[in-house]
Design a protein around this ligand. Structure first.
Ligand SMILES: [Zn+2]
Length: 413
């Protein structure tokens, strides 16, 4: 969670703000224990009297908001709508000060920046609506958009397209989703006092949203972390992007088709946290019923292949896909014993699970330039249990998927 000023919350922050009484309890408890809350230090530093009682007062009055982590990891947002800034840049001043003697001009000026780098986005397509008229264009060399209006007080709305690593812009979304990311303003006289509306386009959040949306349309709604009661990730996750590979895993011994996927995801996360990882290592998990779960946020680098995670998306099938005799241990011994009694203990991934996996691979290929699909064990120098993952049955599936998708094996790297 994070403590923020209530002045310019993002939409996502507003959605994930704790109610005041709950926030008060949490903040008081932390203060009593001397524990830190993310964001508290910078806020406290600007107080005249940085006492605990002053902190409590700000939270009680609603001047400061306590926001859940979900606001940052699972926002679908594109735009920092609320950040208005007076930009005293030369270019902006030029736009606002028409030549002397000219009559007054009206409109809105937007500055489009990248959410991640805060740099201006140049040549980014936008679509705007001014007095009911649609205007399409691109941001200029400084990331600026000027939309003139005949007078002040005219409603102006704008939607800036986003970009996935495959360079798709917009278009992947339905109209209803698009409208969520529209910024609206009233036009005013353009002069030196005009406020420039800054739009921060969050390409990565939108790329993630596109994956979820594509899966939704394909009939495999992705269960987000709150649904499997994921624990918060540790601070300072390493960003990951520009993925070109997929590593397929099986959850391994002790996992089976009879269990609930949500519980299995929780178990895998606990296991990984116990091993000192920052979060569950896989980006996605799929259970035998074809339910897809979001593991580690796709915007963070995964931890699913030993020494080999850059550019790799990890997907786990939530069962054990080894066959008898493959792993020489007591479970295998037990299984061979059972086979004498003609029980089916050879695990094959159910059709629904395979369908969900195919849909997920397709959804990922729509936004990332994926070239490689490999079973975990095919990546170089894997040790211990990793040498068996995703089991012989899992490897048969990988071979089939490579044939149907045309993706390459990791050895081509
Ligand atoms: Zn694995």
């Amino acid at each position: 969670m994070k403590l923020i000023s209530a002045l310019y919350p993002s939409l996502s922050e507003v959605k994930h703000t704790y109610p005041v009484d709950e926030a008060l309890d949490i903040v008081k408890q932390h203060l009593e224990r001397g524990a830190d809350i993310d964001g508290m230090e910078p806020l406290r530093n600007v107080l005249m009297l940085p006492f605990d009682s002053e902190v409590v007062k700000r939270v009680e009055s609603g001047e400061w908001l306590l926001v859940r982590d979900e606001a940052y990891y699972f926002d679908g947002g594109q735009i920092d709508k609320s950040v208005g800034a007076k930009l005293l840049e030369h270019r902006v001043m030029e736009l606002m000060n028409p030549s002397p003697g000219a009559k007054k001009s009206y409109g809105c000026i937007f500055k489009v920046i990248s959410f991640d780098s805060r740099e201006p986005l140049v040549g980014r397509p936008y679509i705007a609506m001014v007095s009911g008229k649609i205007i399409e264009g691109h941001t200029d060399g400084d990331g600026l958009v000027q939309l003139p209006t005949p007078s002040d007080g005219v409603p102006v709305s704008i939607r800036v397209s986003f970009r996935t690593p495959l360079q798709h812009t917009g278009g992947l979304f339905s109209e209803s989703t698009d409208t969520v990311f529209v910024t609206e303003l009233m036009s005013r006289e353009l002069d030196a006092n005009t406020w420039v509306c800054r739009i921060a386009v969050n390409d990565r959040a939108m790329t993630r949203q596109t994956i979820l949306h594509t899966m939704d349309v394909a009939g495999f709604k992705v269960r987000q972390r709150s649904l499997w009661e994921a624990k918060s990730v540790k601070n300072g996750m390493v960003p990951g992007w520009n993925y070109s590979m997929i590593a397929l895993h099986h959850a391994g011994r002790g996992y089976g088709c009879g269990d609930f996927g949500a519980m299995q995801m929780k178990r895998a996360q606990n296991n990984h946290l116990g091993r000192g990882y920052d979060d569950i290592g896989y980006h996605f998990g799929i259970d035998c019923a074809g339910q897809v779960f979001e593991g580690r946020d796709i915007r963070s680098k995964g931890a699913s292949v030993d020494e080999y995670n850059t550019g790799v998306i990890g997907i786990v099938l939530l069962e054990d896909l080894t066959v008898t005799g493959e792993v020489d241990d007591w479970i295998d011994g037990l299984r061979s014993g059972m086979e004498v009694w003609k029980q089916n203990t050879q695990n094959t991934p159910p059709a629904l699970q395979v369908e969900a996996l195919c849909a997920l691979i397709e959804a990922l290929r729509q936004v990332f330039s994926i070239r490689v699909l490999g079973g975990h064990r095919e990546y170089p120098n894997q040790k211990g249990d990793d040498k068996y993952c995703p089991g012989n049955t899992g490897m048969e599936l990988v071979a089939k998927l490579r044939r149907s998708t045309g993706l390459s094996e990791p050895s081509v790297l």
